[in-house]
Design a protein around this ligand. Structure first.
Ligand SMILES: Nc1ncnc2c1ncn2[C@@H]1O[C@H](COP(=O)(O)OP(=O)(O)OP(=O)(O)O)[C@@H](O)[C@H]1O
Ligand SMILES: *[C@@H]1O[C@H](CO)[C@@H](O)[C@H](O)[C@H]1NC(C)=O
Ligand SMILES: *[C@@H]1O[C@H](CO)[C@@H](O)[C@H](O)[C@H]1NC(C)=O
Length: 312
């Protein structure tokens, strides 16, 4: 863990509490589910774990509560070799939680409590300036206060550190300077639709939306399209390119977007000579591996499980 951190993630840590039932309870009703599981989640944490498992020296900047989940989350980062020098623990709040119910048909209903994630502040980010300044890439999302993500990207920019912004979950609008602060802007279809204000269903729509984001000031735009892969466009070559995804048997797509973003961070930080098309093709492959297993972080591959050709 010593030495320079290559990938710095500023973002959320959640504990997922998942109950599996035949059907959803009605208001006021108590029903029995048939199983329960606890998983580590939060978009920030997921992306950090994916990048670290691929082999990037990775740090997490975030906040947990002073409770069992906060302790477990801390251990999980340590188990994944993630630097937690700037993972704070706060008294008087809970660790972020996602209480999830999954019914027989696979539909879910989710209540998220941000808890400690909401307390991550701009000064927490400033405190990590020496680490950010030496990193290869800074990664952020929208599960902490947007102003904190913006402050982190500004800091990275001041030190010529690349920025990757995954604007998830979608919200009504972004702070106006977000666009020009990101080297890589990486939404999924729903987020692209929201931020571009146009439908994004087919790859042609994504191509159009990618140009819209490019015009806003992002240097590289990558829109993920689930089993259709991704579309990207760069300032240098303003022609959108579609990267298809290999067909695969799907077990659980939860966390695929975070696997993609984490892989993207790894490749951009640790394989700087790789052409952007290759970076995206390989990130699709890593995300595809994750949908073949159940769980979120549990489904992220470790180096030994990944074909060598993805590391050449
Ligand atoms: N069914 C699938 N088969 C193969 N690869 C997939 C599939 N679904 C997702 N992927 C891979 O994961 C990437 C991200 O998926 P997606 O665009 O669905 O993100 P997301 O909506 O943020 O995901 P989630 O919300 O499920 O975490 C895709 O670009 C693709 O590479
Ligand atoms: C969390 O871990 C610390 C020691 O690392 C311990 O003192 C504390 O009691 C733990 N908290 C809970 C709620 O388990
Ligand atoms: C967490 O709470 C325990 C008491 O329950 C306390 O001893 C410990 O210092 C607290 N840790 C932090 C980081 O606030």
């Amino acid at each position: 863990m010593a030495g320079v951190v290559e990938v710095v993630v500023v973002g959320s840590c959640n504990t997922d509490l998942i109950t599996y039932t035949a059907r959803f309870p009605n208001p006021g009703e108590t029903i029995h589910g048939h199983s329960f599981s606890i998983g580590f989640g939060g978009k920030g944490a997921n992306q950090a774990v994916c990048a670290a498992r691929l082999g990037a020296s990775t740090a997490m900047i975030g906040k947990v509560g002073n409770d069992t989940f906060g302790n477990d989350t801390t251990k999980n980062f340590q188990n994944n070799n993630i630097n937690i020098d700037h993972l704070g623990m706060e008294d008087g709040t809970s660790t972020g939680t996602a209480v999830i119910t999954v019914d027989e048909s696979g539909q879910n209903s989710i209540v998220i409590v941000n808890g400690a994630n909401s307390l991550l502040s701009k000064s927490d980010v400033s405190a990590a300036e020496p680490m950010i300044a030496r990193a290869k890439i800074l990664v952020c999302q929208l599960e902490v206060e947007p102003e904190v993500s913006i402050a982190a990207m500004k800091l990275a920019r001041q030190h010529n550190v690349m920025t990757l912004f995954n604007p998830a979950p979608a919200r009504a609008n972004l702070p106006p300077d977000a666009w020009t602060l990101c080297d890589v802007f990486c939404p999924n279809e729903a987020e692209a639709e929201m931020f571009a204000g146009m439908p994004v269903k087919a790859k042609e729509d994504a191509e159009k939306a990618s140009l819209f984001f490019l015009d806003k000031g992002c240097k590289i735009v990558i829109i993920t399209l689930g089993d259709k892969g991704a579309v990207y466009v760069t300032q240098e070559n303003r022609t959108p390119v579609h990267v298809p995804c290999r067909v695969t048997k799907v077990v659980d797509t939860t966390g695929a977007g975070d696997a993609f973003a984490g892989a993207l961070a790894y490749y951009m930080a640790c394989h700087p000579g790789l052409a952007i098309g290759q970076v995206i093709r390989r990130s699709c492959e890593i995300a595809r591996m994750s949908v073949q297993h159940s769980g979120t972080q549990n489904s992220y591959p470790v180096r030994q499980q990944i074909p060598d050709e993805l590391f050449l």
